[in-house]
Design a protein around this ligand. Structure first.
Ligand code: PLP
Length: 477
């Protein structure tokens, strides 16, 4: 028995020499800062053929060369989104404050499911700040989650609980729930409906007319479903649609939801943050404050490191009704560690959870809200600059007018559709591979277009010109 204890101390999982560890950790911090400060010189590059093998666990003796491994195998093969000309999909850049935040979070290693410790108070502060920015009342509640996908599942479960109060115990039974969303809604909505057993056959996609949800079509769909014995329960609105960055008229949707007795959920993954921007972008989310729930991300347009999103629910009682449940071993106390109700495990899927809020808290403490407001405004200006520049160039053309931070365009509008699609796809891939800039693509009216979604605080005006020069050169080659 004694020898087992001695063994485990010798081979323990704390460093045997904290001084040597301190040096190693400082070196890691230096490498991390170099990576971030030099992000402009580090575009994405394809992984070498042997990278998978290099990662094989146990291929070197423990603690021999961890930092060299990180330098050679980890840091160079990032996904590119730290670079100033990365505008693909919707991917945030990460912030210097993250380096500090993740060190503090690792050192404290709090389990944010609940109990009485500092991280819980911090997350409450982050939720409260976000609640105020979104114009939600004090009766609202929220929880930090992995991202908008998880936030959407939580919101829909609360929406379902409202119309089927026994669903947690009895399941959905014969009830057929139906949901409504404008065309262009993100796949996260479909996935959430699938996961909850509602099924995407019960999602009605409503067309837009003049950029607004076609109210007559929505009313007809709801009436038909009701006549058919279904239970319409949910209307989903977009604050920033993923392909085109479009914003629904959320006041109109809130009126419709009230008339039709539907839960209004807003997917504000990135676009909700235009609320921090200057006019005219600030007004795009008007009406979001009337929603029943909002899903949003900090890891996109609040620039913090992956992963961090949030769900906000207008009525805390409805939020708790959908999730609160604590078996005996998790009962709270009025003293000691198990105090400090309410616990976050009663607001979402996870029991054990890490401190994501600390990235948001550190970012806001380090840079201040005004810095985020101006970065978001500037991203909208860069998208407008891109659109203006495209209009000036021969043969290039916008796919759709730019509303916020998403710009779609073709490199040569004179070509037939198929040739345009091929040209645009090839340009996107070539520019990714040669490290010039990252556009992704999307399809508008049957044509594959280049697409930039600018949620990048490192993008400067010359980056836009540089990238468009490169697009034009490839289109003319
Ligand atoms: C990214 C995105 C999602 C999904 O969010 P994740 O954080 O990736 O889970 C949902 N809706 C929109 C509009 C998005 O841009």
């Amino acid at each position: 028995m004694g020898s087992v204890v001695a063994m485990s101390t010798e081979t323990g999982l704390d460093p045997q020499d904290w001084t040597a560890f301190r040096t190693q950790a400082h070196d890691m911090l230096d490498m991390a800062i170099d990576q971030m400060a030099g992000a402009a010189d580090r575009p994405w590059q394809a992984a070498p053929h042997d990278l998978q093998e290099r990662f094989a666990i146990g291929s070197t003796a423990p603690n021999t060369n961890l930092l060299e491994r990180i330098q050679s195998d980890v840091l160079p093969y990032h996904s590119g989104n730290i670079h100033p000309r990365f505008w693909g999909w919707v991917q945030g850049t990460g912030l210097a404050s993250d380096l500090i935040a993740v060190m503090a979070a690792a050192a404290t290693n709090e389990n944010m499911g609940g109990r009485d410790h500092g991280g819980i108070y911090m997350e409450r502060a982050v939720i409260d700040w976000t609640r105020q920015k979104m114009g939600f009342p004090e009766t609202a509640s929220g929880v930090c989650v992995t991202g908008t996908s998880q936030a959407t599942v939580i919101a829909f479960q609360a929406a379902r609980q409202r119309v089927l109060s026994s669903v947690r115990h009895a399941g959905q039974g014969d009830a057929r729930l139906t949901a409504y969303a404008p065309v262009g809604v993100h796949n996260a909505t479909l996935k959430a409906l699938q996961l909850l057993g509602i099924g995407t056959d019960n999602l009605r996609l409503v067309p837009l007319s003049d950029g607004k949800l076609d109210a007559d079509v929505l009313r007809d769909l709801v009436a038909n479903d009701r006549a058919d014995g279904a239970l319409p329960f949910l209307l989903v609105g977009n604050a920033g649609s993923v392909d085109l960055g479009l914003f629904d008229d959320l006041n109109q949707m809130a009126d419709l939801a009230a008339q039709e007795n539907l839960w209004l959920h807003v997917d504000g993954a990135f676009g909700a943050w235009t609320r921090l921007a200057e006019a005219p972008w600030r007004g795009l989310t008007d009406g979001i404050e009337r929603a029943d729930s909002i899903a949003l991300d900090f890891h996109k347009w609040m620039y913090v490191g992956y992963d961090c999103g949030m769900v906000l629910i207008r009525n805390e009682d409805e939020h708790r009704a959908a999730f609160a449940a604590r078996p005996v071993y998790l009962e709270g106390t009025t003293r000691g560690i198990a105090g400090n109700e309410p616990w976050f495990c009663d607001y979402g899927i996870d029991l054990s959870r890490g401190n994501r809020a600390i990235k948001v808290w550190c970012a806001l403490e380090m840079f201040g809200e005004a810095a985020f407001a101006s970065a978001i405004t500037d991203n909208c200006r860069r998208a407008a600059q891109m659109a203006a520049d495209i209009r000036e160039r021969p043969r290039m053309a916008l796919g759709r007018p730019v509303v916020s931070n998403v710009c779609t365009f073709t490199a040569n509008a004179d070509l037939p559709p198929q040739a345009q699609s091929e040209l645009n796809s090839n340009i996107a891939l070539t520019l990714q591979e040669n490290g010039t800039a990252v556009f992704s693509t999307t399809r508008v009216d049957g044509i594959t277009l280049l697409r930039a979604a600018i949620v990048n605080h490192r993008t400067r005006p010359h980056d836009i010109t540089f990238a468009l020069n490169a697009v034009q050169a490839l289109a003319e080659a």
